[in-house]
Design a protein around this ligand. Structure first.
Ligand SMILES: Cc1cc2nc3c(=O)[nH]c(=O)nc-3n(C[C@H](O)[C@H](O)[C@H](O)COP(=O)(O)O)c2cc1C
Length: 212
């Protein structure tokens, strides 16, 4: 893990140094085939089938640290994060989910309500701070991309956040997460070692335009 951290740090430092290089050099770095960041972004996909074991906690620490290093408005860090890899928690709330959504649980590959992920990160935003949802979204993406750069799959889950917030029977689980007053679960992110390689979904390039 320490070796990996050293590699990660040297990559980060390398990237910092790159930002000081001449523009022409920076442009050549943007070549998709050679640039690790671009490759990670372009190959990440939402994963919904996982191997059963939880993500190694040392690896999760790196992912979480990448999360809290996301840009965020006035550095208020208007987020709270909880990590759950305890099967009792995940299976327990899934039993409640099954009762409320029996059809969804009938899917042949269904393992749990977090799209089968064995490790779940709950991100809550400070509902009193206007930019907190943006901050949490940026944090979530940092986590998912750093995870994928290490071969860890992920899926962002709005439905699971709604479920834990709004299902009375799930209240003991929400309480266990222990978010502070005024914080509300915004998204869950499932993480795990992938057991599928989904194809990219199409993107509409027409939504993006240069304005002269
Ligand atoms: C805010 C947000 C909420 C999402 N909620 C769910 C969800 O409840 N269930 C799910 O299976 N996927 C969910 N997704 C994943 C999207 O379906 C997925 O990112 C999108 O279809 C694009 O596919 P890709 O991630 O493979 O590129 C969510 C993604 C985001 C950003």
């Amino acid at each position: 893990m320490k070796v990996f951290r050293k590699v990660l740090l040297s990559l980060v430092c390398g990237a910092t140094l790159c930002s000081c290089t001449a523009p022409a050099q920076q442009e050549s770095k943007a070549d998709e085939d050679k640039n690790a960041v671009i490759e990670t972004i372009m190959t990440r996909r939402s994963v919904r089938k996982y191997q059963p074991q939880a993500v190694n906690r040392d690896t999760m620490q790196i992912i979480l640290e990448c999360g809290i290093n996301a840009p965020n408005a006035i550095n208020k860090q208007a987020w709270e994060v909880r990590v759950v890899d305890n099967p009792e928690f995940i299976n327990g709330i899934t039993e409640i989910f099954k009762k409320v959504n029996p059809k969804m649980a009938e899917a042949p590959d269904f393992k749990n309500m977090f799209r089968n992920a064995p490790t779940v990160v709950f991100i809550a935003n400070d509902t009193t701070f206007p930019f907190s949802q943006v901050d949490c979204g940026l944090m979530a993406e940092n986590m998912m991309l750093s995870a994928w750069s290490m071969g860890i799959g992920s899926v962002c889950l709005g439905s699971s956040a709604h479920f834990i917030n709004d299902t009375p029977e799930a209240a003991p689980y929400l309480e266990k997460l222990g978010f502070s007053e005024n914080y509300k679960t915004l998204v869950c992110i499932g993480f795990g070692y992938p057991a599928e390689t989904p194809a990219a979904k199409p993107r509409d390039k027409g939504k993006v335009k240069f304005v002269d």
